[in-house]
Design a protein around this ligand. Structure first.
Ligand code: FPP
Ligand code: MG
Ligand code: MG
Length: 354
């Protein structure tokens, strides 16, 4: 699920990393140490990889493609045009910048998230707040956001800027919705529990995938009425949903591979898909949810109920439905190696273990 599983994209990912460090450059050594801690060590680069692949799969198809600058003509270095294993296409410099912007936003959200979640670990190493403190982690994230917005302005596309600004507020809304509604249940589990869960899952995770891929095709010349916009948005949205539901399953099964303790979401009081499915099968989950798994032994009991019911299998099936929708969303795109890789990634989300 990361760039290492797609060696073909490695030159782009390396270049993205170098550009990102360049664009984040500051004269303050402490700030440099802060943001580099996550930028260098902690990201899977999934979102940039998706952007690069979507660009490969769609560039040339957008209705305004011919009016876009030709990438080889605009870029000083032809590493922006690869032709390995049949993946012959071009990525526009603006799309590579977009990948940077989206990655900066993602990393910033993790620096804030680890404060909110009081996470001691991220990917097996001390989290930014554990290592530098909450204030530093928040300010490091804010710095990344500032640079991301600057960079998005440099793309010179007001619609893309508006999408980027919009996604920042949606991420915050999702995080707040999770804090308010994540464990609200009283009485039978109803559609509102699921609605709240699915809404916040879209907002805190899938919205970034959806808008990032929409911006990719906008920069590739998809005009307002171009079906490419809907295709890219739908793919990102469905894939993002599948990705987060699997993340929620891995909270129960992940262990060492996740680099964080099992049950971290339950500790936070969150009623994710496995908890909601378990509740449908076992009433004993209800009081645990109602008191936010706060009493001694609640977290362990909730994990046990999830494991004793079909909750994990049903959650996986739910994630598969979203992954399949992501796969299908690309159906009308012409066959290409990049399309195939995107579809494989969508289905591969289901089996990821970290
Ligand atoms: C990780 O989820 C966190 C997110 C997907 C989004 C976090 C969003 C915010 C903190 C709002 C502020 C946004 C910005 C851009 C600063 P998780 O906690 O379920 O996953 P984890 O296991 O990776 O911690
Ligand atoms: Mg977290
Ligand atoms: Mg969180």
């Amino acid at each position: 699920m990361d760039s290492s599983s797609l060696p073909i994209l490695q030159p782009y990912v390396d270049r993205l990393q170098a550009q990102m460090l360049d664009d984040l450059c500051t004269t303050m050594p402490h700030l440099t140490e802060l943001y580099q801690y996550y930028v260098r060590l902690h990201s899977k680069r999934l979102r940039p990889v998706l952007i690069l692949l979507m660009a490969h799969a769609t560039n040339g198809l957008g209705s305004a493609w011919s009016t876009k600058e030709h990438p080889q003509g605009t870029d000083e270095d032809d590493t922006c045009c690869i032709d390995h294993c049949g993946l012959a296409n071009v990525i526009l410099p603006g799309q590579l910048k977009l990948a940077e912007v989206i990655e900066m936003i993602h990393v910033a959200s993790l620096m804030h998230d680890d404060v909110i979640d009081e996470s001691p670990l991220r990917r097996g190493a001390p989290s930014a707040p554990a290592r530098f403190g909450n204030r530093e982690s928040i300010l490091g994230g804010d710095f990344l956001l500032g640079r991301a917005v600057m960079l998005s302005a440099s793309l010179g596309d007001l619609e893309v800027m508006s999408e980027v600004a919009g996604v920042l507020s949606t991420l915050v809304e999702g995080e707040l919705l999770q804090a308010q509604k994540g464990v609200k249940s009283t009485g039978d589990v109803g559609t509102s529990d699921w609605d709240a869960y699915l809404d916040k899952t879209y907002m805190k995770t899938a919205s970034l995938f959806a808008r990032a891929l929409r911006c990719t095709v906008i920069l590739g010349g998809a005009t307002k009425s171009d079906p490419l916009r809907e295709i890219a948005t739908e793919f990102g949205s469905q894939l993002g949903m599948a990705f987060q539901i699997i993340d929620d399953i891995l909270d129960f099964t992940g262990g060492d591979a996740m680099g964080k303790p099992v049950g971290a979401d339950v500790e936070l009081g969150l009623a994710t898909a496995p908890i909601l499915f378990a509740l449908e099968e076992d009433d004993k989950m209800q009081p645990l949810i109602d008191r936010r798994f706060r009493d001694p032994g609640d977290v362990q009991q909730a994990i046990q109920i999830v494991k004793d019911t079909n909750a994990l299998a049903r959650s996986r099936t739910l994630a598969s439905v979203y992954a399949q929708k992501a796969y299908d969303a690309l159906g009308s795109l012409p066959a290409s190696p990049a399309k195939t890789v995107l579809q494989c990634l969508a289905m591969g989300v289901i089996t990821r273990d970290h």
